[in-house]
Design a protein around this ligand. Structure first.
Ligand code: GDD
Ligand code: MN
Length: 386
């Protein structure tokens, strides 16, 4: 016979929490250093969703400001709050994916922790999804929506440019594909979850591109709805957007344009390689022309400097999610030098071989370069960024 469970002392009076089981909607909140925002957001979301059973899942990447502890404290008082505390990992998209995967609710919404997204449109978004839309996007760029005071002029220009770029990808008239605020049916997400990129900020764009493609194969269309809202300034704390994340976005766009054939990390690795060519030439010129190094020494210096900047950039950008630090940084750098040296040999032999077969300087040069990028990328994935 099972004993009835006694209510633990200090448990909330049942009347303070709405009936939340089973949840109809999961509100997924990625957070990094949002200690002073999460509780306010919870209160506002609860007010907006009164009457709808929902759960509030915060996915926190071990924020130094102690956000996770604040959320756990909230969870002790509200049974529909949960904290997914990830240690040793960073990233908005991957945080969202983990939060979504943790719910059994038929619908989920993703909303920023900093109160920039207007939670009062959640019921309208849910109603659209319940009426059959597969994805409902909170949009700042249609109808009554706007970025209000939420963005600086330069950030707004960047956002609009990114919106145009992503229109190329989705091939759909979507007003705000860069939105971090959306709601959808979990089943639709599950169709495409395995192929989603874990890097960067643009999970919605990735979901829409993948789901449109998936549906097309089954001769169905992805139904997308939009609900306008006004973007608000951040409540407390700072934005985590950075040039790095903008470049990761470019990598994602190119990867999707290749039909997913080229992984984002490969494209980023290639872009970093391209930047290395400039570094190489700049150092070669400086050391040879300005500092009087003989050609061999200048070339040697340029090679080492370019390999080093390539390593650092790849560590920060391409492999931001498995960034090497401390001792592992130095070991990684040594393996990177070793791999690139062999890559250079591969480059020269392929280029020579092609040049001998048909003496086209550019074709041979490019083939050699591609060879070394492919080689360095594959081998450093095994030895450097495991
Ligand atoms: N778990 C986790 N890990 N959460 C993160 C991380 C991370 O590495 N980086 C950012 N977040 C959380 C933040 O705590 C916040 O709740 C949300 O993701 C958005 O981050 P912000 O730093 O506030 O980004 P933003 O306001 O500059 O960017 C917003 O606008 C973009 C559109 O222009 C976001 O809504 C983006 O999603 C959106 O694409
Ligand atoms: Mn924000």
């Amino acid at each position: 016979m099972t004993e009835p469970l006694a209510a633990p002392s200090g448990a909330p009076a049942a009347s303070t929490s709405p009936a939340w089981f089973p949840p109809r909607l999961a509100v997924i909140v990625p957070s990094y250093n949002e200690r002073d925002n999460v509780a306010v957001l919870y209160e506002r979301v609860s007010a907006a969703l009164s009457g709808t059973p929902f759960e509030f899942i915060v996915v926190d990447d071990n924020s130094p400001d102690g956000t996770a502890e604040v959320v756990r404290e909230m969870a002790r008082r509200h049974p529909n709050v949960r904290c997914i505390h990830r240690i040793g990992r960073r990233g908005l998209s991957s945080a969202c994916i983990e939060g979504i995967s943790a719910t059994s609710a038929p619908f989920f919404a993703v909303i920023d922790a900093d109160l920039q997204h207007d939670e009062t449109i959640l019921p309208a978004m849910l109603a659209k999804a319940e009426a059959g839309d597969d994805v409902v996007v909170g949009t700042r760029y249609a109808g009554a929506g706007s970025v209000g005071a939420g963005f600086s002029a330069s950030r707004e220009a960047g956002s609009r440019l990114a919106t145009k770029l992503s229109g190329l990808l989705t091939g759909r008239a979507l007003s705000d594909p860069m939105s971090g605020f959306f709601l959808m049916r979990r089943e639709v997400f599950e169709e495409v979850a395995p192929g989603l990129s874990r890097d960067g900020f643009k999970i919605l764009l990735d979901i829409i591109v993948s789901a449109t493609r998936f549906r097309k194969r089954a001769d169905r269309v992805l139904r997308i709805g939009e609900v306008p809202y006004t973007f608000r300034p951040r409540h407390a704390g700072e934005s985590k957007m950075s040039p790095l994340i903008a470049i990761q976005f470019l990598g994602l766009v190119l990867s999707k344009l290749s039909g997913g054939l080229l992984p984002t990390s490969f494209l980023l690795f290639g872009m970093v390689g391209g930047s290395g060519v400039f570094v190489h030439l700049a150092v070669l010129w400086t050391t040879h022309e300005l500092m009087g190094f003989n050609f061999t020494n200048a070339q040697l210096t340029a090679t080492i400097v370019a390999m080093t900047t390539n390593f650092v950039l790849n560590n920060e950008l391409t492999y931001a999610d498995k960034k090497l630090r401390g001792n592992r940084f130095w070991i990684g750098l040594l393996t990177f030098y070793a791999v690139c040296s062999i890559g250079a040999l591969a480059n020269v032999s392929v280029a020579t071989w092609i040049y001998e077969a048909s003496p086209d300087l550019f074709l041979a040069g490019i083939a050699g370069a591609v060879m070394s990028v492919v080689f360095n990328y594959s081998v450093t994935r095994v030895f450097t960024w495991r």
